[in-house]
Each structure stands twice: as C-alpha cells, then as structure tokens.
Design a protein around this ligand. Structure first.
Ligand code: RB5
Length: 148
C-alpha cells in the first residue's frame, strides 16, 4: 500500500511521528510531500500535491495534517475523486472508509495527541470499504455534486 503524506508548518513534528509509525509496518510505503521545515507555509499546496498523486493513481491513500485538519480537508475535497475526512476519533476514521470510501485522512496537530493520531491512522487503514448500498451515494459525490 502506498500513502502520500503532507502537512503545514503546524504539524511537521506530528507528520514525522506518523511517518516513523507507518515505517514500522512492512506493507506500507510512505511518500513525504513536505514540508520539512517549520517555516510558515500554506496548507492548500500540500493538500493539492497529495491529492494529485491519488488522482494519478500513484498512491492509494493520503494523510494530511494541519492545525485542525479542517483546512486540509476543505482543500482536498476540491479535487475530483477525493473523499477527505477530518477525524479526531477512531470510529469516524473507520466508518468513513466503510461507508464513504474515504481516501484521504486529515487530522489536526492542535487537536489530537500523537498516540491518538496513530490509532486514527490504524483505524482508517485497517477498515475496508463495504460497497453495496453505499456505492450509489459515493457515485453521487462525483456525478452531480460538482456545482459551479
Ligand atoms: C495555521 O495557523 C492553521 O490555520 C492551519 O494549520 C489549519 O488549522 C487550517 O485549517
């Protein structure tokens, strides 16, 4: 499984911890799209880079971390085919995958501690999309919810 990860300046340390955590798993390859320094930057840049790799099918999932996770999720959901969720609990992370086929997980470095963040990541990655009755609704997201 390939995962692209990005953050803004508020979440560089947590991103590093999450990368180290993912690197302990032998079936996961992580691509770090930055930033590497804590110099102030803009979360939409990193959301765009991560989502582009998913759209190009170069990675399976994305993880985006900013102060709250909110800006990252708003930016990510501007991309066709991206279903980003901001989660501060493990249940939502799991259910978002099962019901919404979420492909980008966002959380906030100012909201969750690193151990909870790791549990959220595990819940997201270990859950399977259930398809079935959910597929029609997931299709609707791309088919006619792009309103200009
Ligand atoms: C940066 O101050 C902060 O606005 C950003 O990290 C994020 O929380 C935005 O949603």
């Amino acid at each position: 499984m390939k995962i692209a990860i990005g953050s803004d300046h508020t979440a560089v340390d947590l991103k590093k911890e999450i990368i180290e955590f993912l690197n302990t798993k032998n079936n996961i390859e992580v691509i770090d799209l930055g930033p590497s320094s804590k110099e102030r930057t803009d979360y939409p840049l990193y959301a765009h880079d991560v989502c582009t790799l998913i759209q190009q099918k170069q990675v399976d999932y994305g993880i985006l971390i900013c102060g709250t996770g909110v800006g990252m999720s708003i930016a990510a959901n501007k991309h066709l085919g991206i279903r980003a969720v901001v989660c501060s609990d493990t249940f939502s992370a799991k259910a978002s995958k099962q019901h919404n086929d979420s492909n980008v997980l966002c959380f906030g470095a100012r909201v969750v501690g690193s151990e909870l963040a790791k549990d959220i990541v595990d819940s997201f990655l270990n859950a399977e999309y259930e398809g079935g009755r959910h597929q029609k609704r997931v299709d609707m997201l791309d088919d006619y919810l792009i309103i200009k």
